[in-house]
Design a protein around this ligand. Structure first.
Ligand code: FE2
Length: 243
């Protein structure tokens, strides 16, 4: 039995306690002996308490049981923050207001990306003329990439603790790209897509200061990737318009 429990990182990290910890861990539910117990979250870090005596392994179970003594001050703070955040306590080193500013900016990037996705798909369907094959395929590559990109942007917003806008009405309010009524000629489609690609770049660039200010590297990385893609797409589309 003891050998089983040594599988868990929790048991590994508590060599000093050895058999005592093993017994304590073994006596708890399976969950507490899994690697989840050894996860890096501060809540589960209280498994350290199990090193000193067998009573421990109190963290989650004790909290759930309403044992006030076992609830650490940090978990109280986390609970208060969780209440403010509507249930999700986030402590990634960026204060709430700053995270919100970044999430708002990313929401505009998302709205631009989704609007450009639809416009590009529209033109893929409706383009005509001697350049049909070239444009039909080029637009397909671009909207396919955008379909994946919107997921990345939306999930970054979620990781920052905010809801990702996901309705046409929200996108219409947030985007800097205008819808195109009717079916333009092929050359006009290209022009409109150059403008759309450039619009996403400008929006993404405008979010950088907020991300930089708080060393939000994951957001900065995402924005960099998006700007690279859209600047390249704009160049390729623009090239089609040159004589
Ligand atoms: Fe298609």
């Amino acid at each position: 039995m003891a050998s089983k429990t040594t599988k868990s990182k929790a048991a590994k990290s508590t060599k000093k306690a050895k058999s005592t910890t093993a017994k304590a861990a073994a006596s708890t539910t399976k969950k507490s002996t899994t690697t989840k117990a050894a996860s890096t979250t501060k809540k589960t870090a209280t498994t350290k308490a199990a090193n000193s005596n067998g009573k421990a392994v109190e963290s989650k179970a004790a909290s759930r049981n309403g044992n006030g003594k076992a609830t650490t001050q940090k978990s109280t703070e986390a609970t208060a923050q969780a209440a403010q955040n509507g249930g999700s306590a986030i402590n990634i080193g960026i204060e709430d207001g700053k995270r919100q500013a970044i999430a708002d900016g990313l929401s505009r990037v998302l709205a631009d990306s989704y609007t450009l996705y639809l416009k590009t798909h529209n033109f893929h369907w409706n383009v005509t003329g001697p350049m049909f094959q070239t444009l039909h395929l080029m637009f397909e590559a671009q909207y396919t990439e955008l379909a994946l990109a919107v997921d990345m942007v939306a999930e970054r917003i979620r990781a920052l603790g905010y809801p990702a806008p996901a309705t046409y009405s929200e996108y219409a309010k947030l985007t800097s790209i205008e819808e195109t009524p009717g079916v333009p000629k092929a050359k006009e489609m290209i022009k409109l897509l150059v403008e759309g690609q450039e619009a996403v770049v400008r929006t993404a660039r405008s979010v950088f200061p907020a991300a930089d200010e708080v060393n939000d590297e994951p957001t900065a990385d995402l924005l960099t990737q998006r700007m690279q893609v859209h600047e390249k797409n704009a160049w390729m589309l623009r090239s089609l318009l040159e004589e």
